[in-house]
Design a protein. Sequence first.
Length: 79
Amino acid sequence: MKAAALLAGEMLNLNTISGICGKDAKTVKAWLSVLECSGLVYLLEPHYNSFNKRLVKTPKSCFLDTGLACWLLGWNTPE
């Protein structure tokens, strides 16, 4: 969860998260789907009218509970 909170708002890269956690990318994908189903993480898919013309096909990860994300990262004060 800390790695997902750390990379919130960025393009999803399972290899980066697996490097932070020390787990396999398949395991990270499975746990990320659990976080998505529980309503903590939302994967924002890129939108373009033509699917073939998409420059970026990687979704962005959005942590929906910003208070929990700040607590996980150790940001306990507004400063």
